[in-house]
Design a protein around this ligand. Structure first.
Ligand code: 3EB
Length: 330
């Protein structure tokens, strides 16, 4: 059948805008970044409160589509919204009801991957995973490593070259609910790897029993007007963490990785701008809240003023990683 061209714009807005945004039939999803009880409430399936604390005033992230959006919620809580080309979805899995983070991750991925084809959007482009106490536990019992095992079990057998771009980051509000949300499409995109980094799905055994299941970036199908989707990117070169004691050098290495990924994307899509600018939106995750002012200063030096970004207090999934950035670029 006819598949409309996919289009997506990502932007940030004040929380007071929530009712206006949800009244717009082209809004595919709205994320309220705010831990605790103060966040605005809405039953609209397109709205998700994310339990990460922003630095400064709470902000909304808005995904706008080019078509008319239909949305709903399944009996188990799976929320979805779709426009004929793209589908947003979200699941919130209470760990205690599934027996732990491994089982919660397994359930989330099995559930969402089984839902996608039936809804007509079989191709996962991008996914976010927010989990509590992400680096608690030692060795292979670390919760992030357990999550990686559960995620891989839930995915099952798959060509790793088709994995989506992703972020996995720690919430700090103490709520043991795995929040997963995603963007899927009717037609497949092109996953990208980073020439400076070993593919995450090829990380060696030292990082855990199951290598992480994600691509470094995703380009939507040719002809769609989606920005480049950048995975959570940190100071990892090869597979090793660099500058474990120096947050600002980690930030520089992160931007070097993002530049390399944009370069890889430009080889396929030369119209993509070489540098971050008016079409770039970033989320900057910072482990230690005391370091946010210095990171903000460095961001202001590094990024042109047209780049919109939010800074979130969140725990990165390796103990020696202090900062991570994801976002879109177009
Ligand atoms: C890294 O490069 C940093 O497990 O889904 C970044 C993005 C990271 C996604 C994931 C992990 C994930 O390995 C960590």
């Amino acid at each position: 059948g006819f598949v409309p061209a996919a289009g997506l714009e990502v932007d940030y807005a004040d929380t007071a805008q929530l009712p206006v945004l949800l009244a717009d039939p082209r809004v595919l999803a709205v994320f309220g970044f705010q831990a605790g009880d103060g966040a605005p409430a809405s039953d609209d399936p397109r709205y998700l409160q994310v339990g990460l604390q922003p630095d400064g005033a709470p902000r909304l992230e808005v995904w706008r589509s080019t078509g008319t959006v239909h949305s709903g919620r399944e009996a188990d809580g799976l929320a979805w919204a779709s426009d004929g080309a793209l589908m947003f979805g979200a699941l919130q899995i209470d760990e205690s009801r599934h027996g732990g983070i491994l089982e919660a991750g397994e359930h989330a991925y099995a559930r969402l991957l089984s839902a996608l084809p039936g809804q007509g959007y079989p191709h996962l482009l991008r996914i976010w995973n927010y989990l509590d106490a992400i680096i608690d536990g030692d060795g292979d019992d670390e919760r992030y490593r357990q999550f990686c095992v559960g995620r891989a079990r839930g995915i099952g057998t798959i060509d790793p070259g088709t994995l989506p771009a992703a972020t996995a980051i720690g919430r700090l509000d103490g709520v043991r609910v795995l929040q997963v949300y995603w963007l899927a499409a009717r037609v497949p995109g092109t996953p990208l790897e980073n020439p400076r980094q070993v593919s995450a799905w090829r990380y060696p055994r030292q990082y855990g029993p199951q290598s992480p299941s994600f691509a470094r970036g995703m380009l939507a199908a040719p002809g769609s007007s989606l920005p480049l989707l950048l995975s959570g990117t940190a100071s990892v070169v090869g597979h090793a963490t660099l500058h474990g004691e120096d947050t600002l050098r980690q930030l520089e290495e992160t931007f070097a990785n993002l530049d390399a990924l944009v370069g890889t994307a430009r080889a396929r899509l030369p119209s993509l701008p070489a540098h971050f600018g008016a079409g770039s939106r970033l989320k900057v995750y910072v482990r230690d809240a005391a370091e946010i002012p210095a990171i903000r200063q460095a961001l202001a030096r590094h990024l042109p003023p047209e780049v919109a970004y939010i800074v979130l207090h969140a725990e990165v999934c390796r103990r020696d990683l202090r900062v991570e950035i994801d976002g879109v670029h177009g």
